[in-house]
Write a protein that binds this ligand. Structure first.
Ligand code: HEM
Length: 116
């Protein structure tokens, strides 16, 4: 278990750091983006889901989606609260993860400069 945790990228990583982490495993940026499509299924816990909501809402999130997210994850909520990573087709492994990001309705899981 410790070995897994040690090898998982930190969700607060920025793009350069993720690039390095994948790079040492022999994986390119292209492969990193492709693998990230796995976020088309599964859930995110409160602390991962709200980093762009509190204390200040990231204005790059679609306002309607931000309001839905805020309703599901009110401020000072519990980390046992989860939201779907892909709100459009949560149980289907498809390309919605990317489509949602394009329309600013995705949970951006990466760190500070990942929107660039
Ligand atoms: C690019 C680096 C990655 C970052 C920064 C990242 C980050 C995250 C974060 C923050 C969560 C939510 C965790 C939680 O709050 O419970 C998550 C969930 C998940 N990630 Fe990643 N991830 C990355 C790469 C990957 C890769 C390569 C895969 C698979 C090929 C993957 C598959 C998943 C899945 C399936 C879930 C949902 C887990 C569940 O439902 O319990 N991720 N990821």
């Amino acid at each position: 278990m410790l070995e897994v945790l040690h090898n998982l990228p930190d969700p607060f990583s920025n793009v350069q750091n993720l690039k390095n982490r994948f790079g040492v495993k022999g994986l390119s940026m292209d492969e990193m983006v492709t693998l990230s499509g796995a976020h088309s299924i599964g859930v995110s816990h409160y602390t991962s889901s709200t980093r762009r909501l509190y204390p200040r809402q990231d204005t790059s999130i679609d306002p309607v989606f931000a309001a839905q997210l805020t309703a599901s994850c009110p401020q000072n909520g519990s980390n046992s609260t989860t939201v779907q990573l892909d709100v459009v087709s949560p149980n289907r492994l498809d390309n919605s993860y990317y489509k949602n990001l394009q329309i600013r309705r995705g949970l951006v899981l990466l760190g500070s400069n990942s929107m660039a």
